[in-house]
Design a binder for this molecule. Structure first.
Ligand code: HPA
Length: 232
C-alpha cells in the first residue's frame, strides 16, 4: 500500500483513467469495465480495477486541484508502476466556438499553479501531452465521428475568481478551456517518463454562462471515456 491508496502491489493496472470525482470513477468502472473490483476507499477516493476488451484497466478518483491530484498521480506512478495515465474530466470553455459537451484534447497546459515555479527556479516548464496517446485519440475520435477540439488549456488553482473577467487574457492567447489538474499530470508524467493525456468535456462556458445538467454531463462523459478506453 502507499500513503493514500490502500491496495497491494499489483492491484492497479498499468493504464489508469483519472476522473476528479471518485463517484465518477465508480460509474466508469460499473458502466464500462468487466469484473471491476474496488481496491481503495481511503478518504473516499475510490479506485477500481477491471478489464476492458480483455485488457486490465484501473480507474482512480484524484480529487479537485493540483495538490490532491498530484498525490494520486505520484503514488500510482512511483508506488504502483502506472505507465499510461489518462485524465477524464470536465472543463469550462474560454472560447465562443467551444460549446457545451464538446470534447477537448489538452495538447499542453498553462497554469497559474506554483507547482513548477519553485521546481524550475521561476523559469517556465511547458507541460505537454504524450504524442502517441494524442495521435491515437485523434484517430479513434475520427473513426467514431466524434468532433475534437485540441490545444492549450489552463490548469487553474482558483475556481471562484474575484474578477469574472480574469479569463479574458487566457482566452485572448487562444487557451481553449479551464480545469484544475492537467498541468500537474503532464509534469509528473514527464519526470517519470510515462505517458499522459487529458481528455476533457465542456461542462460550462465562461463566455456564454451556459452550463450542462448532470444528465447531460453523463452522456457527454461517455464519449470521452470511450476514447480513453480505446487508446491505451
Ligand atoms: N473552472 C471553471 N469552470 C469549470 C472548471 C473550472 O476549473 N471545471 C469545469 N468547469
Amino acid at each position: 500500500m502507499s500513503t493514500h491508496i490502500d491496495a497491494p502491489k499489483g492491484a492497479i493496472a498499468e493504464t489508469v483513467l483519472l476522473p476528479g470525482d471518485p463517484l465518477r470513477a465508480q460509474w466508469i468502472a460499473e458502466t464500462f469495465l468487466d469484473n471491476a473490483q474496488c481496491y481503495n476507499k481511503v478518504r473516499g477516493m475510490l479506485g477500481f480495477t477491471g478489464t476492458y476488451k480483455g485488457r486490465r484497466i484501473s480507474v482512480q478518483g484524484s480529487g479537485m486541484g493540483v495538490p490532491s491530484a498530484l498525490i494520486y498521480y505520484h503514488e500510482l506512478i512511483a508506488d504502483y508502476g502506472a505507465k499510461t495515465l489518462i485524465r477524464v474530466g470536465t472543463a469550462g470553455s474560454y472560447q465562443r466556438d467551444i460549446g457545451l459537451r464538446d470534447v477537448v484534447l489538452a495538447m499542453s497546459a498553462s497554469t497559474n499553479s506554483a507547482l513548477n515555479d519553485r521546481k524550475f527556479n521561476r523559469a517556465h516548464f511547458a507541460p505537454t501531452a504524450n504524442f502517441d496517446l494524442f495521435k491515437k485519440a485523434m484517430a479513434y475520435a475520427d473513426k467514431k465521428s466524434i468532433p475534437i477540439k485540441a490545444g492549450n488549456v489552463l490548469t487553474n488553482d482558483v475556481f471562484y475568481e474575484d474578477d469574472p473577467k480574469d479569463f479574458e487574457k487566457w482566452a485572448d492567447y487562444g487557451v481553449l478551456c479551464v480545469e484544475m489538474e492537467t498541468a500537474a499530470l503532464y509534469t509528473i508524467a514527464a519526470k517519470h517518463r510515462v505517458r499522459a493525456l487529458s481528455i476533457l468535456t465542456i461542462s460550462d462556458s465562461l463566455v456564454t454562462k451556459e452550463f450542462t445538467t448532470s444528465k447531460e454531463r453523463e452522456s457527454s462523459f461517455k464519449q470521452m471515456v470511450d476514447i480513453a478506453l480505446n487508446i491505451s
